[in-house]
Design a protein around this ligand. Structure first.
Ligand code: KG4
Ligand code: ZN
Length: 345
């Protein structure tokens, strides 16, 4: 019997989850996500406020997770916690809480890399989302394109050279006067937009780049963001143009993500693609990836929105994997703002 408590506090979500592996097929018994709404007032995450809010929320969030699963704290077999990457002050709240709990209960502690968590999110919804697969992780802080031959073995093919995909969505949202975080607002607005009015160039899609060049898989969004800025400045009626600009931006960004994902799947002969991270909530992106990869006979797995954005369910699942490998974190475990994925080549 293995009941894993997952804890996630890397950014502005305080989350806990209980994952039950008693039957050999992991089942999420409960998942609580406390989203710190306060950052909307500032148009972005304020690290000090995030840390304080985690401190206030962590105990009630874990307590509710136990209540929802009708479990007692003594039922927990393993404590899994995100310790990198993220805001150090925010991560430390989860790490220290997890250490105290594991020590008090006399249970093992397992450290989880946040991005490995995102890789495991899709399989909580669909157990077929298993390696080998191509992975596209698109969140507010990261954009990673990977080949995953097996769990724990991550071949990084490409990443963003500047802004993350979610960051680009959030910055464009700000330029268009939309609330933070802006991804879903841009998507909604783009639906009403005319795709022919603003045709922004697609970054890093030169047909002459050889497959051996890192640029073949890498991404870049800051030029696209500047193109949007210029279009906003040139507009004499933003109320009229905003939806068309949103559409032009989203089309360019999605075309790029889709093409790079196609290249990665084709280069490694993969017929499964796993999306993860907050931007994977974007239905237009998921539909476009499906359509483009159809000729390869690929199945595309997208986590449900609750599991695509930051949550402790994916941390519990990645923690279970690390636990079964025999990994145990020491009680002097630290938090890190950045760290390579374990098993990354
Ligand atoms: O993975 P996540 O919850 O947090 C990080 O680890 O960063 O991702 C948050 C990001 C934000 O940038 C947000 O704007 C974006 O995901 N996002 C979306 C959508 N929903 C959330 N971007 C595009 N379309 C969406 N529907
Ligand atoms: Zn994340």
């Amino acid at each position: 019997m293995t009941l894993v408590l997952g804890i996630e506090t890397s950014c502005d979500e305080t989350s806990a989850a209980l994952l039950d592996d008693a039957s050999g097929t992991p089942v999420l018994r409960s998942l609580v996500i406390f989203s710190q709404d306060i950052h909307r007032v500032f148009g972005g995450v304020v690290p000090e406020i995030a840390s304080r809010a985690h401190l206030t929320a962590i105990v009630p969030v874990v307590r509710q997770t136990l209540v929802d699963a009708s479990a007692d704290v003594s039922d927990i077999d393993v404590v899994a916690v995100t310790n990198a990457p993220g805001l150090v002050g925010a991560l430390l709240v989860g790490v220290n809480y997890a250490k105290g709990l594991a020590f008090g209960l006399g249970r093992p502690l397992v450290a989880v890399h946040h991005m490995e968590g995102h890789l495991f999110a899709a399989m909580l919804d669909d157990p077929n989302a298993q390696p080998p697969f191509t992975a596209l992780l698109v969140s507010g802080g990261h954009t990673l394109l990977m080949d995953v031959p097996e769990w724990g073995h991550y071949r990084l093919l490409g990443s963003t050279r500047d802004d993350a995909a979610g960051e680009a969505f959030d910055k464009v949202a700000k330029l268009l006067g939309l609330p933070y975080p802006g991804g879903r607002h841009v998507e909604a607005l783009a639906k009403e937009g005319d795709p022919s009015r603003f045709r922004f160039s697609r970054p890093m899609l030169s047909r002459t780049t050889p497959e051996t060049d890192r640029a073949y898989f890498d991404l870049s969004f800051s030029g696209l963001k500047t193109a949007v800025l210029n279009a906003v400045r040139a507009s004499d009626d933003l109320a009229r143009d905003a939806r068309d600009i949103a559409r032009g931006f989203q089309d360019a960004l999605i075309d790029t993500l889709v093409e790079k994902t196609y290249r990665a799947a084709r280069a490694h002969g993969r017929t499964r693609v796993v999306l993860g991270g907050g931007v994977a909530c974007n239905r237009t992106l998921a539909a476009a990836v499906r359509e483009r990869l159809e000729p390869l006979g690929a199945t595309v797995f997208t986590p449900s929105p609750r599991l695509a954005t930051d949550n402790a369910g994916m941390i519990a699942q990645a923690g279970l994997f690390r636990y079964t490998l025999g990994e145990r974190a020491p009680l002097d475990l630290s938090a890190h703002a950045s760290a390579p994925l374990p098993g990354q080549v």
